[in-house]
Design a binder for this molecule. Structure first.
Ligand SMILES: Cc1cc2nc3c(=O)[nH]c(=O)nc-3n(C[C@H](O)[C@H](O)[C@H](O)COP(=O)(O)OP(=O)(O)OC[C@H]3O[C@@H](n4cnc5c(N)ncnc54)[C@H](O)[C@@H]3O)c2cc1C
Length: 261
């Protein structure tokens, strides 16, 4: 089975700043890290590869800094990494990123399942896997917490809902986004890290993917009108008392008066 995992390199969240005057988000420099939920997608990809054979590759739309995130995945056992990188991609919204990834997947050619994380921890839209599925006209299941069965051209998955989960059967190839209940990601070995340093990363530009500006970069369908920082967190409150029981009683009263419980 040929497995593709969509991974996003995300910056250190605590260092992100909002420049209201310039109406933009200032992202910190530095290598950043693999989007945490994508680590679960990579783990699931590796487990599927170990179960069914074939190969597991990672693809990303990013820049030179994304290379370290891709190498981290190869250190875990991913076979190949593909980076889609071009100035023409600057300003791409989620639909545009979906279009670029879909073009990369078409060029890759061989895939039975495309895995991604539920959402990123920076832009947080939870849209990219759907956008990829739409561009490739593939079935999709989002927020999957278990792949029950896979093979013979179909997959049966548990898709998380607000009050439980649905059991969904999909024809393969299909796109699946995962939640962290799905597995426990492995850590890289030293040998894996050393081997990943020597592995090549395939890079594709807009021209390599046959993309002009239509629907990507500055040609994205959405525009950011205004960027504002979140409101400051309200100050915390210490609840004091002579005994743990008294503190617990006061806390209970406070939570009830604030209608938290
Ligand atoms: C108008 C507009 C302009 C923007 N301009 C820029 C810009 O100039 N520079 C910039 O850095 N960002 C820009 N962004 C943000 C950029 O569109 C998002 O970071 C990107 O689309 C991913 O969206 P997300 O983080 O919400 O991912 P989600 O949809 O929350 O991600 C879900 C999953 O999709 C996969 N995924 C997401 N992104 C990628 C990726 N890049 N490669 C591979 N897999 C991925 C991962 O598996 C991830 O877990 C812009 C957004 C808008 C709306």
């Amino acid at each position: 089975m040929n497995i593709v995992v969509l991974i996003k390199q995300v910056p250190e969240i605590a260092l992100i700043k909002v420049d209201e005057a310039a109406n933009k988000v200032e992202l910190p420099q530095g290598p950043g890290t693999v989007n945490p939920l994508d680590e679960y997608a990579v783990e699931e990809g590796l487990r599927l590869k170990e179960k069914t054979g074939g190969k597991c590759v990672v693809v990303s739309v990013g820049n030179e800094r994304t290379e370290s995130a891709l190498r981290n995945c190869m250190a875990l056992g991913v076979d190949e990494a593909y980076l889609m990188c071009d100035e023409a991609f600057d300003g791409s919204d989620q639909q545009a990123i979906g279009k670029i990834l879909a073009a990369g997947l078409k060029k890759l050619g061989e895939y039975d399942i495309i895995l991604g994380g539920k959402q990123s921890i920076d832009s947080d839209a939870a849209q990219v896997p759907s956008a990829v599925a739409a561009n490739l006209d593939l079935p999709q299941a989002l927020f999957v917490k278990k792949i029950e069965e896979i093979g013979d051209g179909k997959a049966v998955v548990n898709r998380t809902t607000e009050d439980g989960y649905d059991v969904v059967e999909l024809k393969l190839p299909a796109v699946i986004s995962v939640v962290k209940e799905i597995n426990e990601p492995r850590l890289p070995s030293l040998k894996g890290k050393m081997a990943a340093k020597k592995k090549a990363i395939t890079k594709w530009s807009a021209a390599d993917l046959g993309l002009d500006g239509d629907g990507i970069g500055a040609g994205s369908a959405t525009k950011t009108i205004k960027v504002t920082p979140p409101p400051p967190r309200p100050k915390g409150e210490f609840i004091e008392g002579e005994t743990p029981e008294e503190i617990a009683d006061k806390l209970f009263d406070k939570l009830r008066s604030d209608q938290v419980i």
